[in-house]
Write a protein that binds this ligand. Structure first.
Ligand code: CP
Length: 342
């Protein structure tokens, strides 16, 4: 694997690229604002680089379901003139083995060591989605699947969501906040936006990926926001992703004067993959939003209505989830474009 560089640091000097050669974490990005700018330029003019990817192919490999990631990444690639091919590995492919030295006498039929180089010979860029097991924290947090894939495929890799992170979503979220701040510049004169990530109830244990990733990007987007995370006790995220975040267990306190409220459920990290809390009072309501500065409400989607987020909030003018999901295209286009230029 390539060595990562600190996010938000200077542009990579040798290549002039904004990425290390892959896109799996915020630390693959040398200049977040420059990547956001690039994405917003594509939003303004989607076909301005319509020949950049001509005669090139991108492979989108899914080991788990998707709506937004799958479609937005295909659209982004096509806007750049690339051929995009989706392969639902979980349903249509051989079950892959990722363990080095595995004795493959169980359910797995093909080792990533054999499959990845072949895929690398078919495609110019490879993208992969691999969710965590939520059973073994050490395995999930070692990012075994995506790391093995990167090791053996020999191509630039884009994470479509891995065991611990969802960088395309987080880049999208930074784009959306930037866009909102630009559109309402008078509201933000002389101050940074207050961004609150709040835990919400859910019926199933969900991965920490979106929350980890959002926090990682907010911390890497140095000095651009006042970032607060609020959750019940025992829902602490991994410290490696929350370095400069303020943690506040009182949701009302956290919401005070917020400009953006990012709603997401996650299961426990410390006692791994559990649901310790399902108090519906953690669900965001219009009443709670009164504490904020008319905050815009974000969510990566899909969302369970009236469990994780109420109809009254999702259907109100606070919600920017559709704008946010729409921006997935421009985030993917900026990332693919950077990898094509290398
Ligand atoms: N937000 C997100 O990644 O959506 P999908 O799971 O539908 O791709």
């Amino acid at each position: 694997m390539e060595e990562s560089i600190p996010a938000g640091s200077v542009k990579l000097k040798e290549t002039g690229s904004l990425l290390t050669g892959k896109f799996t974490t915020a630390t693959d990005v040398s200049d977040i604002d420059a990547l956001v700018k690039k994405a917003l330029e594509y939003k303004a003019d989607p076909y301005k680089d319509s020949q950049l990817g001509a005669r090139k192919r991108i492979g989108l490999l899914f080991l788990n379901p998707s709506l937004r990631t799958r479609l937005s990444t295909q659209i982004a690639a096509r806007n750049l003139g690339m051929e995009a091919i989706v392969f639902n590995v979980d349903k249509e492919g051989w079950q892959l083995e990722f363990e080095e030295g595995a004795i493959m006498s169980g359910n797995t039929s093909e080792h990533v060591k054999d499959a990845a180089p072949i895929l690398g010979s078919y495609f110019d860029i490879l993208c992969i989605r691999t969710f965590p097991s939520l059973v073994n924290r050490a395995d999930d947090y070692s990012e075994l699947y995506i790391s093995e894939f990167i090791k053996y495929c020999g191509r630039p890799v884009i994470s479509l969501e891995s065991a611990t992170l969802h960088p395309l979503q987080s880049l999208t979220d930074v784009i959306t906040i930037t866009e909102q701040v630009q559109q309402r510049s008078a509201d933000f004169k002389g101050r940074k936006p207050k961004v609150v990530l709040t835990w919400a109830p859910h019926v199933k244990p969900l991965p920490q990926c979106v929350a980890n990733s959002f926090s990682q990007w907010m911390c890497a987007w140095q000095g651009k926001s006042e970032f607060v995370i609020t959750h019940p006790e025992h829902y602490e995220l991994a410290g490696e992703f929350t370095s400069s975040a303020t943690i506040e267990y009182d949701q009302d306190k956290a919401l005070k004067d917020a400009d953006f409220v990012y709603v997401k459920n996650w299961s426990t990290y410390n006692d791994y993959g559990k649901i310790f809390e399902n108090d519906p009072s953690w669900m965001l309501s219009l009443e709670k939003l009164q504490l904020t500065r008319q905050a815009r409400v974000m969510h990566c989607l899909p969302v369970r209505r009236n469990v994780e987020l109420s109809d009254e909030v999702l259907d109100s003018t606070h919600s920017i989830v559709t704008q946010e999901a729409g921006n997935r295209v421009w985030a993917a286009q900026a990332v693919i474009s950077e990898l094509l230029r290398r």
